[in-house]
Write a protein of this length. Structure first.
Ligand SMILES: [Zn+2]
Length: 397
C-alpha cells in the first residue's frame, strides 16, 4: 500500500516530544481531531497525573464488541545518546525512517490513524477501536487505567492487537515486567568505629548477591524454550548509596526487576528476597540500632502474556500478516493487562525491537507498507465476516 501519507503522519507524531517524563496531551488532542474528522467517537481518559491521557476511539457500531488496535504514545529519553540526526525530526536514509519512536511505536500509530477513514467507510458489523496509552515505558499506569475503564464498560473489545515492533510477526507470549525498589536504612558512624554502625551500602551489596544466587536457582526451575532466555529472570540494575569512604552509609537503594515467564508470579520471586532481608539481614542490623530498616516496594508489576489465552486470535491474525510461526518475546508489553480483563491480545507491529530505545532508532518504510497491508486485510476480513470464528470464541482456547 501507499506509504506516502503514513510517512507524513509519522513525521508529525515523532515531532511531539512525548518522552515519558513529558506531557502527551498535544499528541492525544491532535490524534483525537484526526480520528473525529474520520468519523470516530473519541473518549479521552485523563490521568490523575497532570498532562497525561489515554485515548480510546471507536469507529463503527458502539454497542457490540470490536477489534482494538493499541499503541503507547510515550517514548524513551534520548539524553546521553549519540544521534546522527535530530531524534524528533523524521529523517529518511536508505529506505528507513529515523526518529525516536519510529519503531517503538509511533509507526504503528501512524498506520492506524491513516486507516481510520478506511475503517469508517467499510461496512463493518463490529467496530474498530484505536487506543493510545501513556507511561508504557515507565510504570504502565496508562493501560492499567484504560483496562479498568474497559472492564467496567457495557461492552469490552473482542480482541486486541498491540503494535509493538515485531517485524509484523504475531507474538503470542511475553514475559512479565515487574520493578521493585529496596530501600536500606543503615546507621552512620565514623568508619573507624564500624562495629557501632551499619553500612547500608554493604547491606545493599548482600541483597544484590542474593539476587544473583536467586537467578541461578531460577535457572534450575521452570523453563520455556519459546523464549530466547528460557527462564524467569531477576536482575539488579541500579544501586546507589553512601556519602563518603569513611562514614558507614546511612542510606542505600537497589532497583531490581523480575521478568517472569507467563504464569509465574513475580510477587512470589520477590517474596524470597523479602524473606532473606527479614531473616538474615535485619536482625544483626537491628542489634546495632533499632532505626535500621529494609523495605522492598513495588514500582510496577505488569503481568506476562500467556499464549494459552489467545490461540484463536493468533490463528485469525497470522494469515493476515503472512506469519507462519507465532513468536514469543522477552520484553514486557501492556498485553497481559488486557488479557487479565478477558480481552485476548497478541502483539504485532512494524519495525524491530532491537533498534527500539537505541540512538538512531528507525523503521523501514517497507515495514509500514506491510502494516498497512495487514490493517487492510483485517478490514476485509471484518467486512466479509471471515473473522467471525473469533467473535464466537473470544477468550476461549
Ligand atoms: Zn514499546
Amino acid at each position: 500500500m501507499d506509504t506516502k501519507k503514513t510517512i507524513q503522519t509519522l513525521e508529525r507524531l515523532v515531532a511531539f516530544d512525548t518522552v515519558s517524563s513529558n506531557s502527551n496531551i498535544e499528541l492525544i488532542d491532535w490524534s483525537a481531531n484526526r480520528l473525529e474528522a474520520a468519523g470516530a467517537k473519541v473518549f479521552v481518559q485523563h490521568a490523575d497525573e497532570p498532562g497525561k491521557a489515554n485515548l480510546f476511539a471507536t469507529i463503527g457500531p458502539q454497542d457490540v464488541p470490536g477489534i482494538m488496535l493499541s499503541g503507547h504514545s510515550d517514548v524513551v529519553p534520548v539524553a546521553g545518546q549519540a544521534w546522527s540526526s535530530d531524534p524528533f525530526t523524521l529523517t529518511e536514509r536508505n529506505g528507513s525512517l529515523y526518529a525516536r519512536g519510529s519503531a517503538d511505536m509511533k509507526g504503528f500509530i501512524a498506520c492506524c490513524l491513516d486507516m481510520a477513514p478506511r475503517f469508517a467507510s467499510a461496512k463493518l458489523a463490529m467496530p474498530v477501536h484505536i487506543a493510545l496509552s501513556y507511561n508504557e515505558e515507565t510504570n504502565m499506569r496508562g493501560m492499567r487505567q484504560l483496562a479498568a475503564h474497559l472492564k467496567a464498560a457495557p461492552v469490552r473489545p473482542l480482541a486486541c492487537v498491540i503494535g509493538e515492533p515485531t517485524m509484523m510477526q504475531v507474538v503470542v507470549a511475553n514475559k512479565g515486567a515487574a520493578i521493585y525498589r529496596a530501600r536500606i536504612r543503615g546507621f552512620s558512624v565514623h568508619s573507624s568505629l564500624r562495629d557501632q554502625g551499619v553500612s547500608a551500602v554493604e547491606v545493599g551489596a548482600q541483597i544484590v548477591t542474593h539476587i544473583v544466587a536467586l537467578q541461578r536457582r531460577l535457572e534450575g526451575a521452570e523453563r520455556h524454550d519459546g523464549f530466547e532466555y528460557p527462564f524467569t529472570s531477576v536482575h539488579a540494575g541500579m544501586m546507589s548509596g553512601g556519602t563518603a569512604h569513611n562514614i558507614t552509609a546511612r542510606d542505600c537503594e537497589v532497583l531490581f526487576e523480575v521478568r517472569a515467564l507467563p504464569g509465574v508470579s513475580a510477587a512470589q520471586v520477590v517474596a524470597q528476597i523479602r524473606q532473606f532481608c527479614e531473616r538474615e539481614l535485619l536482625p544483626p542490623m537491628r542489634k546495632v540500632s533499632p532505626e535500621c530498616s529494609i523495605t522492598v516496594e513495588e514500582v510496577l508489576d505488569a503481568p506476562g502474556l500467556d499464549e494459552r489465552g489467545n490461540r484463536n486470535l493468533a490463528q485469525a491474525m497470522m494469515p493476515l500478516c503472512n506469519c507462519a510461526q507465532p513468536g514469543r518475546v522477552s520484553f514486557g508489553t501492556e498485553a497481559g493487562m488486557l488479557q487479565e480483563i478477558g480481552v485476548p491480545t497478541v502483539v504485532c507491529g512494524p519495525g524491530a525491537i532491537k533498534v527500539a530505545h537505541q540512538p538512531d532508532e528507525y523503521v523501514e518504510i517497507s515495514q509500514l507498507g506491510l502494516c498497512l497491508d495487514f490493517l487492510e486485510s483485517l478490514t476485509v476480513g471484518m467486512e466479509r465476516g471471515t473473522l467471525g470464528a473469533l467473535a464466537s470464541s473470544a477468550g476461549a482456547g
